[in-house]
Design a protein around this ligand. Structure first.
Ligand code: G6P
Length: 367
């Protein structure tokens, strides 16, 4: 059952491996396989009239929102304001009439996120909620309920809820684009097809579990680790750093690849591994020069990319983790897997309490 570990050593490990199944389940309720269209559940609200989107969340859910900001802006051309809940409420955010505010939460109970939701409700925003616990407070207070179907998540560090949130948000962004007349029927079918490919690609990513376990000892002795990513994969660098901090207690920072030269480069030496999350693509060359900057300072690069990216990067990485070649839309879902597995295996090497890391709670119900 969902609340037993089965053959897995930890709930977190089990939940990482459940992702192909639960992402497929989640996508199944937002995409139609018969005509390859996006169909959101009980959606009566006219999303085409939304002029501005506000996204609020905490922790890993916030990083899902950061990825989604790229999608909402790219596909639906709607401006997105995104913030962590604890900051959002107290900075007097500007909320325009007719705005849609989306709250992302695994538990649906996080106190800061809930308080931000209620604030937006008072300000007349339509409240969308992407939530994993259907009986939660946030689910009850939503105008538009967008459930993830990840099943119970027990490990304190969120994994499967994250990829399911991404699945819902990608469908919502596509839906919005269609309703706003910005996505043709053909493009919609393409998006649906790519999303439906995600579970198989997640499985292919999971096949690298052994490789990742074998290289975890390279990261385990580090005191600091830097994660780099760009574009919609930049939030994955933030998420990778968060996962590592949470369960292995190694200090880690996520940075936009291009921003490295404005600070973190000063930290780089042979003791600071740099994890680069970079599927091949038009901007890959820029990432290669970032990696060269790291290597020139004695830094050790762990490159997570596809076969083409690994080839283009050439020799000189301390380690590489090869992902399947995937459509850019689903890259953040697929690349979440190696990032989660790396943190997991490093924590196992270090012998920390993976499912119950010190000082952290599964659901933070105090402000
Ligand atoms: C806690 C958990 C994180 C989670 C965050 C937000 O910090 O340890 O894993 O991402 O809360 O929780 P939520 O339930 O709102 O997604």
């Amino acid at each position: 059952t969902a609340t037993e570990k089965g053959n897995y050593r930890h709930f977190m490990q089990k939940e990482i491996f459940e992702q192909p199944t639960v992402v497929a389940q989640t996508l199944g309720s937002y995409l139609r396989r018969d005509d390859y269209s996006v169909a959101l559940p009980q959606f009566e609200f006219d999303i085409s009239s939304v002029r501005r989107l506000t996204i609020v969340a905490c922790g890993t859910s916030y990083y899902a929102g950061l990825v989604a900001k790229y999608w909402f802006e790219q596909f639906a051309r709607v401006p997105v304001d995104i913030d962590v809940a604890s900051e959002f409420r107290y900075r007097e955010p500007v909320l325009e009439e007719g705005g849609l505010a989306i709250f992302i939460s695994q538990s649906g109970e996080t106190a800061d996120t809930l308080a931000a939701l209620r604030h937006c409700k008072e300000e007349g925003q339509t409240i969308g909620v992407v939530v994993n616990v259907p009986t939660s407070t946030m689910a009850r207070e939503a105008d538009l309920l967008l459930p993830t179907h990840a099943g119970p998540e027990i490990g304190v560090a969120s994994t499967k809820a994250f990829t399911c949130q991404l699945a819902v948000l990608a469908a919502l962004a596509a839906h919005m684009a269609v309703k706003r007349g910005l996505m043709s029927r053909q493009d919609e079918m393409g998006v649906v097809q790519h999303l439906l490919e995600a579970p198989a690609c997640l499985n292919a990513a999971l096949d690298h579990d052994d490789d990742i376990a074998a290289m975890a000892h390279l990261i385990a002795p580090a005191r600091d680790v830097l994660y780099l990513g760009r574009g919609q994969d930049y939030p994955l660098a933030l998420e990778g750093a968060l996962k590592l901090k949470e369960i292995s207690y190694i200090h880690a920072e996520g940075y936009a690849s291009g921003e490295m030269k404005h600070g973190p480069i000063a930290l780089i030496d042979e003791d600071v591994p740099v994890v680069v999350i970079a599927p091949s693509g038009p901007l890959f060359e820029k990432t290669v020069s970032n990696m060269e900057e790291v290597r020139a300072r004695g830094g050790k690069v762990v490159l997570i990319s596809d076969a083409k990216g690994i080839e283009d990067a050439g020799e000189g990485c301390m380690a590489t983790i090869e992902m399947p070649q995937v459509h850019p839309l689903i890259a953040p879902l697929v690349y979440a897997i190696p990032v989660q597995l790396l943190a997991y295996h490093v924590a196992v090497v270090k012998g920390t309490d993976v499912d119950q890391p010190r000082n952290l709670a599964k659901s933070v119900t105090v402000e």
